[in-house]
Design a protein around this ligand. Sequence first.
Ligand SMILES: *Cc1c(COP(=O)(O)O)cnc(C)c1O
Length: 949
Amino acid sequence: MNTDSFALRHIGPRRSDLSEMLSVVGVDSMDQLIYETIPNDIRLKEDLTLDTAMSEQEYLEHITELSSKNKVFKTYIGLGYHQAILPPVIQRNILENPGWYTAYTPYQAEIAQGRLEALLNYQTMVTDLTGMELANASLLDEATAVAEAMSLLFNVREREQKKNNASKFFVSEEILPQNLALLQTRSEPLGIEIVVGNTDEFDFSEGYFGIMLQYPGKTGKVHDYTAFIEKAKKAQIKVAVAADILSLVKLESPGNFGVDVVVGTTQRFGIPLGYGGPHAAYFATKEAYKRSIPGRIIGVTKDMDNNRALRMALQTREQHIKRDKATSNICTAQVLLAVMAGMYAVYHGPKGLEYIADKVHNTAATLADTLEKLGFYQANDTYFDTIAIKTDATKIKFLAEAKEVNFYYPDEETVSISINETTTLKDINKIVSIFAEGVKKETIKITKLLTGNKIPKEVARKTEFLTNDVFNTYHSETELMRYIKKLERKDLSLNHSMISLGSCTMKLNAAAEMLPLSDPQWGNVHPFVPTEQAEGYQKVLKKLEDQLTEITGFAGTSLQPNSGAQGEYAGLMVIRAYHQSRGDNHRNICLIPSSAHGTNPASAVMAGMKVVVTKASENGNIDVEDLREKALKHKDNLAALMVTYPSTHGVYESAIKEITGIIHENGGQVYMDGANMNAQVALTNPGAIGADVCHLNLHKTFAIPHGGGGPGVGPICVATQLVPFLPSNPIIKTGGKDAITAISAAPWGSSLACLISYAYITMLGEPGLKKSTQYAILNANYIKERLRGSFEVLYTGERGRAAHEMIIDCRPFKQNGIEVVDIAKRLMDYGFHAPTVSFPVNGTMMIEPTESESKAEIDRFCDAMISIRKEIDATDKEEPNNVLKNAPHTLEMLTTEDWKLPYSRQKAAFPLPYISENKFWPSVRRVDDAYGDRNLICTCAPIEAYMEA
Ligand SMILES: *Cc1c(COP(=O)(O)O)cnc(C)c1O
């Protein structure tokens, strides 16, 4: 046996466990299990064509060699991306720490207080710098945040404007190109008209509902928008601003001018460029719009003992509740990156940020001054970090690239230079020498920085920021290291125990997959450098696209979408473009089965489609007759079906080919939600079931860690007829020949995170991928059998098998007064994170172990579940004071002097023997969600403010 194979490290069960597991499941072989699980007519008859698997050692050599093909120039392109310094203490203790990166979205707040606090810090940082009342815990990128701001302003239009259908949105010509591209993509299906122009010439006429400004503008100029915003308010036109976060340290916050929304990216707060991402965008607004905010918001509440506790607030706004009425489809966001950016602010504090912002501004001013001395004309009379030199751009480009320097060249006479935190005296001397060479003059040597004064007095910052203790305490490395550790210890991540969240695929995120992310040869590449400078990236991204195309059985792939939901939107927009190319502009009906994830209907509405829900039959499958009826009824206008496969009920529906056939016969395209791809890879695929497009959640199936709720990567893979429409980018060409406009800011989305999935596929190869899928199915069916008699599995395939996950019914326990949440909270006492609760069926749990969990860990989980079942049987509806209702139990309550509960402390905290050697203590008792929503606090305000509320 080759013990050096990565598959052996990635897959949990040992060879010696196999026969016992198979016998518990009741089959003779793995092949028999797969035969009984996946319908014969969709099983692949041939192996995928992929390269031979590499060992970890081979892969790391390979990826280092590829990294050396990236030419990492000094880059001053700006346009929303700036090289930043990731403080090593944050790199080592967060980015490279599985305690942080393997956590899930903090649904189970009691075991997620650490990252909830880190996100509350992030929100506070954003509200302080923007001057707004409320901020969310990140969005996918600045361009997405800009588009979401437009949608929000559209949704909260004044009554008059709604009545008159005011649908014009004014966009300053100073907008960044990628932000404009997304506004174009997102406005059209919603019937919004984008008008781009100069703010000085805008007439504030009726018909406009909103305005988008860029602050500072794309040229680098800092405008004083005070009077403009006043006029807009008088005309009842709402204003959003995309603002550079570092500039806000020096510029008065847009909130102070009375704007309605402020958005931007926090990339330059210590996050690697990574050839486009992942980075966290911020979104801040007024409290009045709290129910329309996209994405997650962290808020303060209290627990059962009235102690302060955090949790995700206002969940009722989200798509899993509101579906096609949701205000946004954002699910996965950029939590890990938000945590890091927030920590950057914690580490530097207000004084540190001021030092950095001053240095950036002074460096830009010194450079401008010196270039002017050389005789150049610098066109920005005001600026923060970006100057514009009027000269022969072609010549400078040639000289600069020879010296490994990138500027931005908006036209043939302009060289735009954006200074960042890393820019040194040496760097600007090099820049000066390039320009001197351009005009054949002696260079001027800069020996010290001048004090810049190019920020207009009227907009210079006067308001304080980051006054809270958390931003003024942890400024030594020891202190920050311990603060990060303190938070980490409150959170249950994959480095403690199995997280069997159904539909989320919490598998191993191998260290070898993650290591290259720390390499500056990958980290320091700007997304808009000429592609020949990014040869390493180009090779990896192309190869990954090919791998995913092969795995899905399709013809092409776009890596642009930054999450599954964004992939859904991208895929539907591609379908829409396909219909339009055939003159079928009227095709706008999207069929969605009732069991679908909430993002499906939310995405369909964003793509301008009308959702028609199809029924589930008694056994949980799609009701084929109902689907046929609806497809026929809408056949003239049918655009698409969105179908999850295997279904969110954990079943490979055998009618799937019939279903996709019905859609095609009626002129529709089939969108497969690929969240459950872990049940397909190398055994079947979307091509084989007759789909036309799917998204893949690389952060589920393909090993990108969940990061506590992001980053994600949601590529779309498409059949031949859809390849021409794959999305483009306004600066670097991507996509098909009839490409739709951009779906996200960067040409290849979150390129840095793509390295992880590339590593995963490259190290597993075809045999390892197939084995992973087989073991994912085996582990799930093993759990199903072990829980038999304790928990009823709601749906199974025709031969009684689960797919890679299963739903267990917890509704019968209501007769004992026990709800599904009680089981979820009690699992914490046993050291486990709950499975997915109440999705897709209320009152149930969806369990997905993945292939990475060992038999021993799965057995512990099953023992815990069986023990909980016994506890349920022993509870009495009349006696609510029981281990389940009081769960989770904290160390603090357990060690009180007077223990008054009607069960022992041992029973509360150590109900099974395995727990004592690896006890996880929840840091708060059960949180009160409703209280926090009634008293909404979403910043780390001083404790007094909280007490008053
Ligand atoms: C996770 C998931 C999504 C959404 O994906 P994100 O990456 O979170 O946006 C959509 N559909 C299903 C079935 C999912 O499980």
